[in-house]
Design a protein around this ligand. Structure first.
Ligand code: NAD
Ligand code: DAU
Length: 349
């Protein structure tokens, strides 16, 4: 099978590429990535020389480039992860999100429709999406696959639009598709603009750890390798035309999570208990900050037998260990433009 994975140099994409390259030596895996600030080929050094792996640098907003690579490589399946993925950046500059997440997804759908030309046997377009399309929950309830869409940030609106286009191509043109909507991921290779890696970096550097508002917002955290396992499971065994929610059954208020992380870091860095908690700093809230996300993954668990393989405490320790063992990776991604981003995002707050 010639399999195209988009966004494979990013956080989740790199774990998906590695899993597929290692588990399926008979597939030819093509990783298409524009290498934006979030894409990093260092994430894949361990698989880059495998025979079944090819990197293609390019932009999904460039329809002519997609035409070229679809003609050359005759992809039979696509796992689409390429996206602008950070909510705060979408608030500061929404147009890149419209371009990549909406236009880029439609370009890919069109490339598949043209090249598969109605011969859909053995073909698949798998779209990786987010739980944020469902909006924000109150203190109880869970997002299910039939929860009505209610996106509230430019990021989630762009992902919701992309989901609608994928379903429209299925219903109108019969394109074989699958979708999944996942909760917050964490783990190795996570870019330090997101809460957990940003906090690890700041705690390690003895810098303030910014917590938005009162830290009462709730997220449902899933270890990234468990998300990659879910994608494998849905890609191979999910039903065509269906959506699967993926979550960790693991809700945390931001402040409780950050306190736990501070305690783990104190232990790992040999600091006095309670020392890193002193770095916690409450800052101005995110505009339109969604209160709570929580996912009901029972369809995926009951129908396909998937379940998370690590507890949150185990996953968090593995994550901290990875960042402490990969100081060069962290130093490289936090140099250059990251400093401008950090100043703009936090020092004016
Ligand atoms: P990320 O920002 O770490 O990586 C995105 C990748 O896409 C990068 O390698 C980047 O270079 C590439 N990219 C961006 N624009 C591109 C373009 N125009 N053309 C080609 N490549 C481009 O993102 P992530 O956190 O790994 O998320 C991957 C996918 O999973 C996204 O679709 C996101 O919406 C979804 N998702 C993320 C989470 C999460 O917690 N991070 C949860 C659920 C769903
Ligand atoms: O739910 C899935 C989504 O999770 C994905 O679709 C997104 O791509 C991913 O970025 C993530 O979105 P969040 O906005 O939930 O993640 P983030 O790490 O940015 O923030 C997590 C929570 O922590 C959120 O309530 C905002 C808060 N926060 C975040 C940052 C960066 C802080 O309190 N301080 C911070 O500095």
């Amino acid at each position: 099978m010639n399999l195209l994975i988009t966004g494979g140099a990013g956080f989740i994409g790199s774990h998906v590429v590695r899993l597929f390259v290692e588990a399926y030596p008979g597939y030819n895996i093509f990783n298409l990535d524009a290498l934006t600030y979030a894409g990093n080929l260092q994430n894949l050094v361990d698989v880059e020389s495998r025979e079944n792996y090819t990197f293609l640098r390019g932009d999904i907003t460039d329809a002519a480039f997609l035409e070229e690579i679809f003609s050359e490589h005759r992809f039979e399946a696509v796992i689409h992860l390429a996206a602008e993925s950070h909510v705060d950046r979408s608030i500061a500059g929404p147009m890149a999100f419209v371009q990549t997440n909406v236009m880029g997804t439609v370009n890919l759908l069109e490339a598949c429709r043209r090249h598969w030309a109605g011969d859909y046997e053995g073909k698949l377009f798998y779209h990786v999406s987010t739980d944020e399309v469902y909006g924000s929950l109150g203190t109880d309830g869970l997002f299910t696959e039939s929860t009505a869409y209610d996106p509230r940030s430019p990021y989630s609106a762009s992902k919701a639009a992309s989901d609608h286009f994928v379903r429209a191509w299925h219903h109108t043109y019969g394109l074989p598709v699958k979708l999944s909507n996942c909760s917050n991921n964490y783990g190795p290779n996570h870019f330090p603009e997101k809460l957990i890696p940003l906090a690890i970096h700041n705690i390690k550097s003895v810098k303030p750890v910014p917590v938005y508002g009162k830290g009462e917002n709730v997220r449902d955290w899933l270890y990234v390798k468990d998300h990659a396992r879910a994608i494998d499971c849905i890609f191979h065994r999910g039903k065509l035309g269906e959506t699967y929610n993926v979550g960790g059954v693991n809700e945390w208020r931001n402040i409780d999570l950050i306190e736990l992380l501070c305690d783990v870091m104190d232990e790992k860095l040999g600091r006095q208990p309670g020392e890193s908690r002193k770095l916690i700093t409450f800052v101005k809230d995110r505009a339109g900050h969604d209160a709570r996300y929580a996912i009901d993954s029972s369809k995926l668990m009951d129908e396909l037998g998937w379940e998370p393989s690590v507890t949150f405490e185990e996953g968090l320790r593995l994550t901290v260990d990875w960042y402490l063992a990969n100081e060069d990776w962290l130093a490289e991604v936090t140099s250059g433009h990251y400093r401008d981003y950090y100043r703009e995002q936090y020092e004016k707050r």
